[in-house]
Ligand binder design. Structure first.
Ligand code: PHE
Length: 344
């Protein structure tokens, strides 16, 4: 039996050396060390030996078993390394390849100017609020002293939303002014807010007209707010946006929700105010403004004999057009990358 063991060992080691892949190794394990393997079969016969021979044969058998197990472990380790090396080679990265440039987006010129406008007013203590694009006729017109039959409605023709219950009452806001009312309904004076937002008009589009654009509404209400405050705040804004040497001009204008109403212009920053292609006569109109109409104040429950305020409305694209010398407002919504990429 000892001879048989020695013979098994020699054959096993030879076979293992010849096994050249993981499958062959596994077949080898089953053939020699498996439950019905050759070595196991011999070990099972141990009981049949005379008791005197058992210890020696048992020891020998054990030695062979350990030797085969060690040989198997060594073989498996070699296989593991080969597999690892193959995997590493398959996944090899060429670190010398140039990287792919990710395409970086950038802020839209409207957004950029909008942020500058808001920052400028934030520095003067104005908070930012927002309101809905789809608005009630009440806020867009009625509460702003523009009743149904008012001719001023012609300046702000808009898109109406079909609604069963209240036909003709829901529309796309034509300006951000409804937020004057919405803000005042919610808070008591002092009020200092700026409200950015998209506005809509039923408009035949051309180089200076779009059916959608952005405005920033401003509102300040408190005791003793006067036209001097309006001029001071808006002049500071104009100088911040267009240069410290800007002169400002206020002329009468009409908006039903302010009294008096003004249109504000700045001295042209391109020619310094002498007149050029951009401005014509030296002045650039940049916004409408005025003292909040007493009817608007009374409408939200502010006592007009105690409180007064000023409001203004800035066209954001208009500011961008002036600042960057853009000659067509439709460029803002054309999604033409050649245009947009210029605003880095
Ligand atoms: N809402 C006006 C417009 O769209 C602008 C404006 C705002 C005028 C506030 C006066 C006061 O033309």
């Amino acid at each position: 039996m000892i001879d048989q063991l020695a013979e098994i060992k020699a054959r096993a080691l030879k076979d293992l050396a010849a096994a050249d892949d993981a499958e062959a190794t596994e077949a080898w394990r089953v053939a020699y060390l498996g439950k019905k393997g050759q070595l196991t079969t011999v070990l099972r016969q141990l009981g049949a030996l005379p008791p005197a021979e058992r210890p020696l044969v048992g020891q020998k058998a054990n030695e062979v078993k350990v030797a085969l197990e060690l040989a198997l472990a060594a073989r498996l380790e070699v296989e593991r390394r080969v597999a690892l090396r193959r995997a590493a080679e398959a996944e090899r990265v060429d670190v010398t390849l140039p990287g792919r440039q990710p395409s970086l987006g950038q802020v839209h010129p409207t957004t950029r100017v909008l942020k500058e406008v808001l920052d400028s007013f934030a520095a003067m203590g104005f908070q930012v609020a927002e309101g809905p694009d789809v608005e009630w006729d009440y806020y867009n017109f009625e509460a702003l002293n523009i009743p149904k039959d008012h001719p001023a409605r012609d300046m702000w023709d808009t898109f109406y939303v079909q609604s069963k219950g209240r036909p003709g009452e829901i529309l796309l806001r034509t300006h951000t002014s409804p937020n004057q009312v919405r803000v005042m309904e919610k808070v008591r004076p002092p009020v200092r807010v700026v409200v950015p937002g998209r506005v809509y008009r039923y408009e035949a589009t051309d180089a200076t007209h779009e059916s959608e654009f952005f405005q920033v509404e401003g509102l300040a209400v408190d005791k003793n707010v006067t036209m001097a405050d309006l001029k001071g705040v808006l002049s500071a804004f104009a100088r911040e946006m267009f240069g410290a040497e800007r002169k400002v001009r206020f002329r009468c204008d009409y908006f039903p929700f302010v009294e008096p109403g003004v249109e504000m212009a700045i001295s042209c920053f391109q020619c310094g105010g002498v007149g050029c292609r951009l401005c014509g006569n030296g002045w650039l109109e940049i916004m409408g403004a005025g003292m909040v109409h007493p009817k608007v104040l009374a409408g939200v429950g502010y006592d007009p004999s105690v409180y007064s305020g000023f409001a203004f409305g800035i066209g954001v694209e208009r500011i961008a057009i002036l600042k960057y010398g853009i000659d067509d407002i439709r460029l803002f919504y054309a999604n033409d990358l050649r245009f947009l990429r210029q605003f880095k």
